[in-house]
Unconditional design. Structure first.
Ligand code: VGL
Ligand code: ZN
Length: 208
């Protein structure tokens, strides 16, 4: 059991990010048993949920003649276009059925504004609107977060960078993550970026 000031953050363990989902993360299902094993060790477990309206502008299908993987300018920010995924109330947006959701303390949803994407569980990609996660954590006396989930090079990375910016000691559970890797090497580069920003990187077996 960790002390009460440490929370586990589970990033986007949803059907659409599993290998058979709409935005498949290779081997993404392999981290679910790890999440289940870790949850009972924390008093506070937060799960983020990518939660897009069907008209979300991160979907390639909502732009004529665009396909997934292309990058556009969306309201002044570069935006990777994705397949339709994690549409609010759809099956693909649900937590994967193998995840033990009974141990989750609170769920934070993100990506609900169709005009801006939100990889981080804390803020949208323009740092314009907060999900309330940082204040919620502080309200519970949390000082340190342990982060795992999907995908290393997008939602995990931005969640970790924002956690650090918000002043939380932040540890990445490296073997609890998998990457999308639109470009080969993106996963490794993301881990490097998190390390340089001040995150501790550990494998789950090394956790206290
Ligand atoms: C994610 C791309 C689009 C993620 C979410 O969870 O990493 N990636 N939406
Ligand atoms: Zn998304």
């Amino acid at each position: 059991m960790y002390d009460n000031a440490t929370a586990l953050l589970l990033v986007d363990l949803q059907v659409d990010f599993m290998p058979t989902g709409m935005l498949p993360v290779g081997d993404g299902d392999a981290v679910v048993p790890l999440a289940n094993a870790l949850m009972p060790k924390y008093r506070t477990v937060v799960a983020t949920q990518d939660w897009h309206p069907a008209n979300h502008k991160s979907f390639a299908a909502n732009h004529p003649w665009r396909k997934p993987g292309q990058v556009i300018d969306l309201n002044g920010l570069p935006q990777v276009l994705w397949p339709i995924h994690c549409v609010q109330d759809s099956w693909g947006a649900e937590f994967v059925s193998t995840l033990d959701t009974s141990a989750i303390t609170e769920v934070f949803r993100k990506g609900t504004d169709p005009e801006i994407d939100s990889y981080s569980g804390f803020y949208d990609n323009g740092q314009r609107k907060s999900t309330g996660l940082a204040d919620w954590l502080r309200g519970r006396g949390i000082e340190e977060v342990h982060v795992m989930g999907l995908a290393t090079d997008y939602c995990v990375k931005y969640t970790v960078l924002d956690a650090l910016r918000e002043g939380f000691r932040t540890l990445l559970i490296e073997d609890g993550c998998r990457e999308v890797e639109l470009v080969p090497g993106d996963g490794e580069r993301a881990v490097q970026e998190m390390r340089e920003a001040g995150a501790k990187i550990a494998r789950h077996a090394e956790l206290g």
